[in-house]
Design a protein around this ligand. Structure first.
Ligand code: SF4
Length: 398
């Protein structure tokens, strides 16, 4: 992996700390980022190089509680904080329970290690066949292209890898990966993830896509990303026109809360969708952030409006220090039960548990089958009514 150059550590020139504001000043009128010219604001490289890593910089954007301040300092060497100026502008500056704030600002609970916590909850290290390539399922692999993300989600399942050292895959890594893939002809699907692969420069990302496309038995490519949400200006015309050269290409976007769907995100998803890229979403069910029917329902409806199909709802993985984000499985099932049949079928994501230690994704959800014997299945529909479905007559007679 090659080291990513350091970020400059200059705070925005005209920034003002919120604790300096009088009570009468409204945050939107005095927001420090307002001083940034729009050509810089809309430049993803400017956003990336001005990510907020420290308490000293974050306090210019929002009013931090003592607990947050302490947690930022304590968690620094466990799992760093990084927030793009764009994403920081979505945080409620005065409400520490803001669902977007809870996702990206450390809390001291992260230092608590639960007895079931695991460093590598999905067992990826064990299934890493060559550096940066995880091969678990028979016909598909996971390629980890970088350890960098625009914003570090506090509930990240891959926190053992991402954030601490920001590195990208090298050409040598890629050559070894391609050589493995060429030899394994059953592999037809490559998911490129990280970290966030959309943080690679277009030319670097294209070199990966091109190398994979050159392998005849690779049928589809997928990219897993949160960049359209945390750094939507990264989705440029140039990026999209490069991506469209590598169809069939699917993009799965990590969304967490309806508040993330801003005009900028709508535009980014529109550009990707207009390029014929099927868009799906993945959402982690998070306690106190999105584990309510009304929130998930609004999220899935709003996603469809921007042409993103809800794909997975994940039960939070048992990664070290994120136990406080776990909602109950029964709550997740209840949310799915309240969506299924009550709203558009493809608005309903599949609720899955990534089985600890590498068992893979296992769908969990409401049980609609009451019995199945002698060719007759007894089912309960979404409204609770019971129906019997008979298979072919011959099965019946048997
Ligand atoms: S974007 Fe994904 S990989 Fe990056 S910190 Fe968030 S959950 Fe982890």
């Amino acid at each position: 992996m090659e080291e990513v150059p350091d970020w400059p550590d200059d705070p925005p020139s005209k920034a003002r700390a919120f604790h300096d504001l009088s009570h009468k000043e409204k945050p939107e009128a005095t927001h420090p980022w307002k001083a940034v010219p729009s050509e810089k604001w809309n430049d993803w490289r400017w956003q990336l190089s001005h990510r907020i890593f420290t308490f000293d910089r974050l306090k210019f954007t929002i009013h931090l509680t003592k607990g947050e301040e302490e947690a930022i300092r304590l968690c620094w060497n466990k799992f760093p904080m990084a927030i793009t100026p764009y994403f920081s502008s979505l945080l409620d500056p005065f409400d520490s329970r803001c669902p977007l704030r809870l996702q990206c600002i450390p809390r001291k609970k992260e230092l608590v290690v639960g007895k079931n916590d695991m460093i590598d909850p999905c067992g990826e290290d064990r299934e890493t066949v060559v550096p940066n390539l995880v091969h678990r399922y028979p016909d598909r692999v996971l390629l980890l292209a970088t350890t960098r993300c625009a914003v570090y989600c506090r509930y990240c399942t891959r926190r053992r890898l991402v954030g601490r050292r920001e590195v990208h895959i090298t050409q040598e890594n890629l050559d070894v990966i391609c050589s493995y893939l060429r030899k394994n002809k059953k592999i037809r699907d490559v998911l490129i993830s990280g970290g966030d692969p959309l943080l690679l420069e277009d030319s670097r990302l294209e070199s990966i896509l091109r190398a994979l496309r050159a392998i005849r038995h690779i049928e589809i490519l997928r990219i897993g990303t949160r960049v359209p949400v945390t750094l939507p200006m990264r989705v440029t015309e140039g990026l999209v026109s490069m991506l469209r050269r590598h169809h069939p290409l699917f993009v799965n976007i990590h969304f967490t809360h309806p508040k993330e769907i801003t005009p900028e995100v709508r535009e980014a998803c529109g550009l990707l969708a207009d390029a014929g890229i099927p868009l799906g979403s993945q959402t982690v069910l998070l306690r106190g952030i999105n584990d309510q029917l009304a929130i998930i329902k609004k999220l899935v409806h709003d996603l469809l409006k921007i042409r993103v199909r809800p794909y997975y709802l994940y039960q939070c993985d048992p990664a070290v220090g994120i136990g406080h984000f776990k909602s109950s499985i029964s709550r997740g099932i209840e949310i799915i039960r309240s969506l299924q049949g009550f709203t558009t079928g493809f608005a309903v994501p599949t609720y899955v548990i990534d089985a600890p230690a590498g068992g893979g994704k296992i769908p969990v959800g409401p049980n609609y089958v009451l019995s199945y014997q002698n060719g007759v299945m007894t089912l309960r529909n979404y409204a609770g009514d019971v129906y019997h479905y008979c298979e072919a007559e011959r099965n019946f007679e048997a």
